[in-house]
Write a protein that binds this ligand. Structure first.
Ligand code: PGA
Length: 251
């Protein structure tokens, strides 16, 4: 039985004050969500504040990106060990915004996955097609390419130590959610791809859905057999919404 995971991705939003308020609300409400693993991926500069507020609570935290390098002359980069130094459990890897706006290639994403695991972080590997790719009917090819690059570089067992998030790019921040059937189809494809390498990894690995998941559509999506939780952008910025999504994942 895979434990559901709901991870918030604040992206580049918030201030010290707004994050303190949000975390107060989340800590107050999270008690009712018992069977779900819950995490928040904060902008790097707010990770120390997040750690101070979440320490000792049931909520874990993480980063939104990481360097492939362990240390050294890499101005502006943040190493995986720096994230663990501040208690991070998770890190988002290969988010479509990083692939699109920061030219992250499949190969670089695979290296980031490896660097995260080496430092003991649990990487949340994002995969997903653009609207154009979906319309061309190449969704499965795109997702397979993104996944295979990490399997080839890290090995299937290391991939099994992480989490995969299927995030159709056309559904991110647009209010357009994939239907439960559309999402399930790709999730099942991903699990099948993993199974071709290792049945054990395929059965144990959590595959999250991300892309305009909110309190209204979360339960229906989470009810799909291969959807094991969510990666939540917009709805993670409001305590009530995020808690409602966590409650929908409660099994
Ligand atoms: P969204 O973002 O929930 O705002 O669509 C999800 C994500 O990009 O991780």
């Amino acid at each position: 039985m895979r434990q559901p995971l709901v991870a918030g991705n604040w992206k580049m939003n918030g201030s010290r004050a707004s994050i303190a308020e949000l975390l107060d609300g989340l800590k107050a409400g999270i008690g009712n969500v018992r069977t779900v693993e819950v995490a928040l991926c904060a902008p790097a500069i707010y990770i120390p504040d997040t750690q101070v507020q979440l320490d000792g609570s049931a909520i874990k935290w993480g980063g939104q990106d990481v360097s492939v390098h362990a240390a050294g002359a890499y101005t502006g980069e943040i190493a995986a060990a720096m994230l663990t130094d501040f208690g991070c459990h998770f890190v988002i890897i290969g988010h479509s915004e990083r692939r699109a706006y920061h030219s992250e290639s499949d190969a670089l994403v695979a290296e980031k996955f490896a660097a995260s695991r080496e430092a003991g972080l649990v990487p949340i590997l994002c995969v997903g097609e653009t609207l154009e790719e979906r319309e061309q009917g190449v969704t499965e090819q795109v997702v397979a390419r993104q996944l295979d690059a990490v399997i080839a570089h890290c090995g299937i067992d290391t991939v099994g130590e992480g989490v995969v998030a299927y995030e159709p790019v056309w559904a991110i921040g647009t209010g357009k959610t994939a239907t439960p059937e559309q999402a399930q189809e790709v999730h099942a494809f991903i699990r099948g791809r993993l199974a071709a390498n290792s049945q054990t990894v395929a059965e144990g690995l959590r595959i999250l859905y991300g892309g305009s998941m909110n309190p209204k559509n979360a339960a229906e999506l989470m009810a799909q057999p291969d959807i094991d939780g969510g990666l939540i952008g917009g709805a993670s910025l409001k305590a009530a919404d995020f808690l409602a999504v966590c409650a929908a994942a409660n099994r």
